[in-house]
Design a protein around this ligand. Structure first.
Ligand code: ZN
Length: 174
């Protein structure tokens, strides 16, 4: 396993639609392992492949609270089958928008169809934090970021700060 570099907004790749995968092989599993390592190291609870610059419909998630008991979830080609009418609000952050958080309202429950690490078709019903996390990550696969749900004013403010931070990071001191 190796850690990859996380893409930070603004970056045009984060706005692109990721591609569906045709087959699950060892090469793909190795990429999923890298994504998981990158997510744990960040640390974060969810990561989409586009966030390491790969436009494939792949997501890793681990919302387990205890560090000793890891409980990773690998989602290949995830699809939302149904969403609840009932909504819930969580404060969301994103590894591609470091330091920024906002309360986002989403369907409280969702049913997901996906292919697992073993290559088999699976289906789960998610609620609570897992439901929010899956919807946030599937948004990434469609080029959507959580700031897109905010008012233009709030979104522009966050983007301005991110651009400023990026400029600071690119400065070199000799
Ligand atoms: Zn994110």
């Amino acid at each position: 396993m190796s850690k990859r570099k996380i893409v930070i907004e603004p970056d045009p790749i984060l706005r692109k639609k990721s591609e569906t995968l045709e087959k699950v092989d060892d090469e793909l599993r190795s990429l999923l392992d890298d994504m998981l390592e990158t997510m744990y190291a960040a640390p974060g609870i969810g990561l989409a492949a586009v966030q390491i610059g790969i436009l494939k419909r792949l997501i890793v998630i681990d919302i387990s609270k205890e560090k000793e008991k890891k409980d990773p979830l690998f989602l290949i080609n995830p699809e939302i089958v149904s969403k609840s009418k009932k909504t819930s609000v969580h404060e969301e952050g994103c590894l591609s928008l470091p330091g920024h958080f906002a309360e986002i309202e989403r369907p409280a429950e969702c049913q997901i169809k996906y292919i697992g690490y073993d290559g088999k078709q699976k289906e789960i019903k998610a609620s609570g934090l897992l439901s929010t996390c899956i919807q946030h990550e599937i948004d990434h696969l469609n080029g959507i970021l959580f700031i897109d749900y905010l008012s233009k004013l709030k979104k522009d403010m966050i983007l301005k700060k991110l651009i400023k931070n990026k400029k600071e990071l690119n400065k070199i001191v000799l």
